[in-house]
Design a binder for this molecule. Structure first.
Ligand SMILES: [Zn+2]
Length: 527
């Protein structure tokens, strides 16, 4: 039997967490057809993988890549680090379903995902069709439905509970989207409109997700001072809705919360003992990133983008916002937790000269109170400006990464504007270099498991995430001695080293460390 691709002499790390073994691997028609000793060299394409690791392609459990494919069809930042499947629609943000009447609000809400993409779809099904209408995509695509998107479709950016009818409509849209192939629902509970919702609303919606066998992913209500309460809320949703839970980009942010991952992880372990399927994902960096306007009080977003800009211009509202930020404790207050010096502007369409500077520096540069500097930026940029916040500590990251239920997600995207977070280009090789090879916090085999079979299990993907005969040939081949991330905060778009080949559904997409330009990705639907 001839193979399309034959990978010879590699160290197979199959994704189960078992120790590597030596074998050859044959691929035909996009699938793995043989793993073992293959004597004959009958293949169109032969890879000598001597001294290299052959592993399942990485699954980026936490991405925001849904609009990227319309500009960068290969999804270069992910493909070049060995990612063969991205999970999109996280943090409450998805680009479908769309209600014509609130499309402008949705576009502003999803602006962080990339601009200038025409929303030529309304239902989730139509969105997936549009994605398939692109002339090929570089990685496989998995989508979640954002709770914020559902809320906007039904009630715009209103800071209140949904009426009974509105909740029913959200449930209907969610059920329809699940039938059309979504894998679950995500929330972004620090972001408007997610921040306006109560736990009961999320439980009701999650029951719909549970009916379809999906899961609930949450950017929790607080990752700082109230992180323990936030984990409790996520667990309660899992318990009362009977839905598997994924805690997104788990962290304990802000110096005064360092070390509290001991408490959060203990709660998760207790929930798992109780029978609630809670897992987490994490990225291996001490800085987070989001849009700059999330420094504002949640109420400042009410009514949408233009209202937000008006509030930032109005002297009296400025005083109210300042007072709220200085005094109120019961919200994700990044300024209080991280401090001005640790908040770096990474994108500003109207003030490109401040990119790379922290808010302390900008305040000095402009000779203004930091609050006024911030409000000045946001009066013009609205929700367009982005930031990186240095707010985590290394021990928490290690503690979180070393738990068996932790998988890897980049939370990164590069819209081409400003400076992206280096996690966009470096997450997976950074785990393999820093936490596996240098710090030895996790073994190579366990790291691969966290990047492959564990997310596949959570997603219900039955033919990906492991190297098995009959599975899709999503494969990454790398040198365990040299693999390394090169992206830094100053040079965030540097692609990694040591990744020799990436194969997506049997299509060689990276060859000898270079992108081939071939696109093997598929849009996946949950069945
Ligand atoms: Zn998030």
């Amino acid at each position: 039997m001839g193979f399309d691709i034959l990978i010879k002499n590699g160290r197979i790390v199959d994704g189960t967490g078992n120790p590597w073994f030596k074998a050859d691997l044959g691929i035909k028609d996009g699938k793995i057809v043989k793993i073992g000793r293959i004597q004959k060299n009958e293949a169109e394409y032969i890879i000598n993988a001597k001294n290299l690791v052959v592993a399942p392609g990485f699954i980026d459990m936490h991405s925001h890549d849904e609009l990227i494919f319309f500009k960068d069809t290969l999804n270069k930042p992910k493909l070049s680090q060995g990612v063969t499947t991205v999970v999109t629609g996280n943090c409450g943000l998805s680009v479908a379903p769309v209600n014509e009447e609130t499309l402008d609000i949705l576009k502003s809400y999803t602006g962080i995902l990339g601009e200038d993409v025409e929303f030529a779809w309304r239902s989730y099904k139509e969105f997936l069709k549009n994605l398939e209408g692109i002339n090929g995509i570089g990685t496989n695509f998995v989508g979640l439905i954002g709770h914020g998107t559902l809320r906007i479709a039904v009630m715009g950016m209103e800071a209140r509970d949904p009426t009974k009818e509105e909740l029913e409509e959200m449930k209907r849209l969610l059920a329809q989207s699940m039938e059309e192939g979504a894998f679950g629902m995500s929330t972004g509970l620090i972001y408007p409109p997610g921040v306006y919702s109560k736990t009961e609303e999320l439980i009701e919606l999650s029951k719909v997700v549970a009916q379809y066998g999906g899961f609930y992913a949450s950017h929790m209500r607080d990752e700082g001072d109230r992180v323990v309460e936030a984990v409790r809320e996520a667990i309660r949703i899992g318990r009362e809705a009977g839905v598997p839970v994924e805690i997104s980009h788990h962290k304990t942010a802000g110096k005064r919360n360092w070390g509290r991952s001991k408490e959060t992880l203990k709660l998760i372990e207790e929930a798992r003992d109780e029978g609630i399927d809670v897992t987490v994902d994490a990225y291996p960096y001490t800085a987070g990133s989001t849009y700059l306007a999330s420094l504002l009080p949640p109420w400042a977003h009410e009514g949408g983008e233009e209202k937000l800009k008006e509030r930032c211009r109005d002297p009296e509202t400025r005083l109210e916002m300042k007072k709220f930020i200085e005094e109120k404790e019961d919200w994700q207050n990044f300024i209080k937790e991280a401090g001005w010096e640790n908040i770096v502007v990474t994108y500003s369409p109207n003030f490109p000269e401040i990119v790379g500077k922290n808010l302390g520096e900008i305040s000095k540069l402009w000779n203004k109170d930091p609050f006024d500097a911030l409000f000045d930026i946001l009066s013009e940029d609205g929700t367009r400006a982005d930031m990186i916040i240095f707010m985590m500590n290394e021990e928490d990251i290690e503690r979180i990464l070393s738990k068996p239920f932790t998988m890897i997600g980049t939370d990164g995207l590069d819209t081409g504007e400003g400076n992206p977070h280096p996690r966009t280009y470096g997450t997976f090789p950074r785990v393999l270099r820093f936490y596996v090879r240098e710090k030895k916090v996790i073994t190579l085999e366990d790291a691969i498991r966290k990047m492959t079979s564990l997310p596949a299990q959570k997603l219900g993907l039955k033919d990906r995430g492991l190297l098995r005969e009959g599975f899709w040939a999503d494969i990454v081949i790398f040198d365990p001695k040299t693999i390394r991330d090169k992206a830094t905060y100053d040079n965030p778009r540097a692609t990694p080293e040591g990744i020799e080949y990436v194969i997506v559904n049997g299509v060689v997409s990276v060859e000898k460390g270079e992108l081939t330009g071939e696109k093997g990705g598929k849009v996946l639907r949950r069945l």
